[in-house]
Design a protein around this ligand. Structure first.
Ligand SMILES: Nc1ncnc2c1ncn2[C@@H]1O[C@H](COP(=O)(O)OP(=O)(O)OP(=O)(O)O)[C@@H](O)[C@H]1O
Ligand SMILES: [Mg+2]
Length: 286
């Protein structure tokens, strides 16, 4: 079933919580998607659309009610593959304070590799490498609770990196941060993809952040309703509105200018693109 380039293959995945009880919830329904190595995927959708449930299937925190999930050739239903899958797909969650276990930054990052039973020199090497990759090496001896939210999230990312993952899932990891913290975490995610070839699945309510991904997957009521490059997905303004999703601010401004008769070219998603289009137009008139 898997094409050779797939890192994670989700095939006809359905997830039902409390199946067979009066509290049954079908959170994900017949979802099929492929995550490729070094791909940056934004996963968007309204509250309760199934994003976190789907995310938890990507590293076997949940197992399919129906369908299957294969990570790097390993089926998540295979109990022998569980730890190998968790090592290959790391997760970073919303609340930075819930993810840090140790009282010193480097001890926190060492936690995962220590559990792998690696020799001390290898652990030290990985901790240093991971902290350097997220720009937190100089904070190695600090107490995590004294760091900013963005810095704490970067320590959490380093903890995942020390396991040498192939994919990192960010489940609203920027939601609780201020703009600077958001930028720090998002830049770190992009760098890991660019430099280390790590695939990123970024769950977010921010359409601006989604517009920076290679691909946007939109969920509604547990189903995939849109899946494609940001430029294609954000062209579907009506469909997005139907499933309670916005356009990025710049795309809204673009649409607003077009409605007022300004002859703009292709859909702009980033401020610079829109500015360039307006400048070209002005030059054409002058
Ligand atoms: N542990 C659980 N037990 C029962 N139902 C659950 C559980 N976790 C989630 N659900 C339900 O499954 C559906 C999908 O929830 P999920 O958390 O995956 O959505 P989400 O898209 O991540 O939402 P949000 O944007 O609020 O984080 C919702 O109806 C939710 O109430
Ligand atoms: Mg969620």
């Amino acid at each position: 079933m898997s094409e050779p380039t797939a890192l994670i293959e989700v095939a006809h995945l359905t997830h039902v919580y409390h199946a067979g009880t009066p509290h049954e919830v079908r959170a994900v329904y017949d979802v099929s998607l492929t995550i490729r190595p070094a791909e940056f995927v934004a996963l968007v959708g309204g509250n309760g659309s199934g994003k976190s449930t789907l995310a938890k299937h990507l590293n076997a925190l949940l197992l399919p009610t129906e369908g299957r999930v294969v990570v790097d050739g390993l089926d998540t239903r295979d109990p022998h593959a569980l730890w190998e899958i968790r090592r290959r797909v790391g997760m970073v969650f919303q609340n930075p304070d819930n993810q840090i276990v140790a009282t010193v930054v480097e001890e926190d990052v060492a936690f995962g590799p220590e559990n792998l039973g690696l020799p001390p020199e290898e652990i030290a090497r990985r901790v240093e490498e991971a902290l350097r990759a997220v720009g937190m090496l100089e904070y190695r001896s600090r107490e995590p609770h004294l760091l900013s939210g963005g810095q704490k999230q970067r320590v959490a990312i380093a903890g995942v990196l020390a396991m040498r993952p192939r994919c990192i899932v960010f489940d609203e990891a920027t939601t609780m941060l201020d703009p600077e913290g958001r930028r720090e975490v998002l830049d770190t995610a992009h760098q890991l993809r660019d430099r280390e070839g790590i695939a990123v699945v970024h769950i977010t309510h921010s359409m601006e952040e989604a517009a920076e991904a290679d691909r946007v997957v939109a969920l509604h009521a547990g189903r995939v309703v849109l899946d494609g490059p940001p430029r294609e997905v954000f062209r579907e303004a009506r469909r997005l509105r139907e499933v309670n999703l916005d356009l990025p601010e710049v795309a809204r401004l673009h649409a607003c200018l077009v409605r007022r008769g300004v002859q703009l070219e292709t859909q702009a998603l980033h401020p610079g693109e829109l500015a360039d289009q307006i400048l070209r137009l002005r030059r054409a008139v002058v």
